[in-house]
Design a protein around this ligand. Sequence first.
Ligand code: G
Ligand code: G
Ligand code: MN
Ligand code: NA
Length: 261
Amino acid sequence: VELLAGLRRAVAMGEFVLEYQPVVDLVTERISSVEALLRWDAPGADRVSPADFVPIAEESGLIVPIGAWVLGQACVDATDWYARFGISVAVNVATAQLHDPEFVTTVLGALRFSGLPPQALVLEITESTMIAATAAETETVVARLQQLRGRGIRIAIDDFGTGYSSLSYLRRLPVDILKIDRAFSMEGPEGADSEDTALTKAILQLSHSLGLSTVAEGVETSERADVLRELRCDRAQGFLYSKPVNARALDALLAEETNSL
Ligand code: G
Ligand code: G
Ligand code: MN
Ligand code: NA
């Protein structure tokens, strides 16, 4: 209840900020895109993790206005990065946003206002999006995603491999990118688990045969990056390359890359 009141105030007072985590091309090792990640800086309090407040924002429906702000801000920030470096931006979209009749208008409005081209925007949705939905609701969401995809916006399945019934979603959803959950790249005390590698390999084979692009999440070591490159995973994201950083720090990272060309 306290958190919910805080969230309402945060929406009204503009206490949210975005950080951006680079996604790196595994062959060139250059930044090809970024993922926008929401942060809540309540004045006089410690930063609250989205893992704690996003579920509450979802339950209360506040995620709809918060998500609209995220889309708008991410598109504004990315316009310059796209123009100068060809960097696209991925935005996390909660289930409640996809069920909002205004969702398509909100996304297209964010593009129009910022001037960001649709091919520079990726919407990340999770497999769980479809679990609670009825057949009719699923159809509506799929139609919305198809409409956006028709404009050139790409759709990514986030946290792939952890949800239930993954494969049936791939058939139903209009998808361009699979993001392999970081659980498959997390290393135990003896290094990368061979079972995780086997699963990663299977996901990559599936992804290749469906013509999808792949991003491995949670890559923390160069050994893991080597394995992924060998398995022809396209891109990787994780602490090996960069933690999520604010927009100014991302500017600096991109400028640094250009200088080292
Ligand atoms: O960045 P971090 O690892 O703290 O994020 C924790 C969780 O919050 C992740 O699952 C991430 O997908 C989610 N998250 C981060 N930013 C957003 C956002 O803008 N919208 C939604 N719906 N979820 C987000
Ligand atoms: O669920 P989603 O994939 O949107 O969550 C992204 C979150 O994962 C980010 O908030 C970020 O803090 C976290 N993250 C990013 N890279 C790494 C990593 O290399 N290791 C771990 N443990 N977490 C990461
Ligand atoms: Mn994500
Ligand atoms: Na993820």
